[in-house]
Ligand binder design. Structure first.
Ligand SMILES: Cc1ncc(COP(=O)(O)O)c(C=O)c1O
Length: 375
């Protein structure tokens, strides 16, 4: 093979990944029916008949696709209904729906930052926010994880007129929570804007699953913008930005991942609306998922998390992969994050709790987790 050819380059990349134990594979959950402690369907709503019926009804009424960008002809009344309902539920005055949570984060950073803006980003924010910084082409300062003093210093020392602070309220890799109240104070004092990703908090944390911004009385504060996903607790697909109506209007006009993207599929919007309906009539689902997370945390010897995500450090990627394989052999699917998906370079098991797991499921899960973590 010609060493400078495209196939040779691909083969060299694959060999390098294999050498470092970092080869990834696609996981087929429908053909491998295991007890799931890896997925993000925290409330078990993706297969809830009411949610599936919501998807079907929306597809029947509005069609399989929205057919165009929201600015061309792709805005449907199910989008505006979803936005109204999600804003009312979370306590924000307005919402805008996106085709994924990834697009929501890209959009909010790209459209709200500019040449006159410093973006202060926690070291552990999701890849979508990091990519949003790249799209925005703004100056970025990355601060150590959950370091409020470092955020305050970055804001105080800025030369730019405006500033955005990027956080997740519950972090996706470690499952820990941000010091939200302290950060909100620092942001207000520096005349900045807090952009908080609630992807892992909506549905599992805060009053009735309304998220941690609602829990801190920050939902609707003019200098707070939230993002979220419909693909985790809401069992569907899509993303959200929550904030002032002026923020919504600005994104509609300036967010490239919104403007140049087809509107959210009607079935996804219908499913998310139905899931929200389920959550409103069964608010205890949020407590249940956190209770189940505490049981799993006890089994692996870590502190109970703020949401559904648990993180167990492993000696290396090989040990993490071996634990995943052993658990699968015993009928339990767990996930593992390896570099470059871990912000601190540490390989870890990543476990997720679910509200619909039975006592029997939890007993099996705890037994297998003890086994694989003990090595
Ligand atoms: C913290 C966080 N933000 C955003 C996303 C992106 O959401 P989506 O899967 O809807 O694109 C994810 C996960 O996938 C996430 O974990």
């Amino acid at each position: 093979m010609n060493e400078s050819s495209f196939p040779a380059w691909l083969a060299a990349q694959a060999a390098d990944r294999a050498d470092r134990g970092l080869t990834r594979r696609l996981v087929h959950s429908d053909s491998e029916p295991l007890l799931d402690l890896a997925g993000n369907d925290y409330l078990g709503l993706a297969r809830d008949p009411r949610v599936v019926a919501g998807a079907v009804a929306a597809a029947r009424s509005y069609g399989a696709g929205s057919g165009a960008s929201r600015l061309v002809s792709g805005t449907l009344s199910i989008h505006t209904e979803l936005e109204r309902e999600m804003a009312a539920f979370t306590g924000f005055p307005a919402a805008l729906a996106f085709s994924t949570g990834y697009h929501a984060n890209l959009s909010v950073v790209q459209a709200l930052a500019g040449a006159d803006t410093l973006v202060v980003s926690d070291a552990h924010v999701h890849a979508s926010m990091i990519d949003g910084c790249r799209l925005a082409r703004a100056a970025v300062t990355v601060t150590p994880h959950n370091d409020v003093a470092a955020v305050a210093r970055a804001l105080a020392g800025r030369s730019q007129r405006r500033a955005l602070v990027l956080i997740e309220t519950i972090y996706s890799v470690l499952g820990d929570r941000a010091p939200i109240a302290e950060l909100a104070e620092v942001v207000a004092a520096a005349d900045a804007v807090l952009i908080a990703d609630e992807a892992h908090a909506l549905g599992v944390a805060g009053p009735g699953g309304r998220g941690l911004l609602a829990a801190h009385g920050l939902a609707g504060r003019p200098d707070v913008v939230a993002t979220g996903t419909l693909s985790k607790s809401f069992g569907s697909q899509g993303g959200l930005v929550l904030g002032l109506p002026e923020v919504r209007e600005h994104l509609v006009n300036r967010a490239r991942p919104f403007i140049f993207d087809t509107g959210l599929a009607p079935a996804a919007a219908g499913a998310a609306l139905a899931a929200l309906g389920v959550l409103k009539v069964t608010p205890e689902l949020a407590d249940t998922v956190r209770g189940n997370a505490a049981i799993l945390a006890d089994a692996v010897g870590v502190t109970a998390p703020a949401g559904a995500v648990l993180s167990v450090p492993m000696p290396g990627p090989g040990e993490a992969l071996a634990a995943v394989a052993t658990a699968a052999g015993h009928g339990v699917r767990i996930g593992c994050f390896r570099p470059p998906s871990t912000p601190d370079g540490i390989s870890r098991l990543r476990l997720t709790a679910h509200a619909h797991h039975t006592e029997e499921n939890l007993t099996l899960a705890a037994k297998i987790l003890r086994l694989v973590v003990a090595g």
